[in-house]
Design a protein around this ligand. Structure first.
Ligand SMILES: C[S@@+](CC[C@H](N)C(=O)[O-])C[C@H]1O[C@@H](n2cnc3c(N)ncnc32)[C@H](O)[C@@H]1O
Length: 185
């Protein structure tokens, strides 16, 4: 099945958790990975893998990409489509991301890429996921999140006061990219 069809099918069934009608464009994916140099990346909400593929493209040969996706159809799709020994794909809830890091012998990572529709999360889940992300990032590490309407930016700003904003027009809909630094104390 084509990535587009798989995505739209799930989006129509579970619009709130999928969060968009169509997968992100490769232009947005390229903007998301711009500047990533970390050998270990954690990805939340890979969907049909448009960011996953771009992250793998910039990851070193011996790098590790841990991706957590809650939708079973997307997980099966990714298992079939992406054969790369650097990818460690899990079906699960991103709210439990520390558990997945621990399974890989990790406590923190230097880079977290999120495709999660955080604007659709309840206030509690938004606070929870941002806390988990912040606690799982190395000092000076980067959290990258995209959003269409910046619905979650105020919540993100409370945890990550230093955000740099970028914008990709060639996406449906056009999207903002937030790059958040965990400040060194
Ligand atoms: C907006 S889509 C983005 C998909 C893909 N990254 C892209 O840009 O095309 C959001 C993705 O996050 C997943 N998702 C939503 N809530 C999740 C959660 N709590 N844990 C893990 N994945 C989640 C959805 O199933 C969906 O695949």
């Amino acid at each position: 099945m084509k990535s587009f069809n798989a995505f739209v099918g799930q989006s129509l069934k579970h619009f709130i958790s999928v969060g968009s009608l169509v997968p992100s464009s490769r232009y947005l994916a390229k903007r998301i990975v711009k500047g990533i140099k970390s050998p270990v990346v954690l990805e939340l909400g890979p969907g049909t893998g448009v960011f996953t593929r771009e992250i793998l493209r910039v990851l070193p040969k011996d790098g590790i990409l841990i991706s957590i996706e809650s939708n079973e159809i997307f997980v099966k799709y990714l298992e079939n489509q992406i054969k790369d020994k650097r990818l460690r794909l899990y079906k699960g809830n991103a709210l439990h991301l520390k558990k997945f890091l621990k399974e890989n012998g990790l406590e923190k990572v230097d880079c977290i890429v999120s495709g999660l529709p955080i604007g659709n999360f309840s206030k509690e889940d938004k606070q929870r996921i941002l806390k988990e992300i912040s606690e799982s990032l190395d000092e000076g590490g980067t959290y990258i999140q995209f959003e269409y309407f910046l619905a979650g930016i105020m919540a993100v700003k409370k945890v990550f006061p230093k955000i740099s904003l970028d914008f990709e027009l060639l996406n449906f809909p056009p999207a903002f990219v937030m790059r958040c630094k965990k400040s060194k104390k």
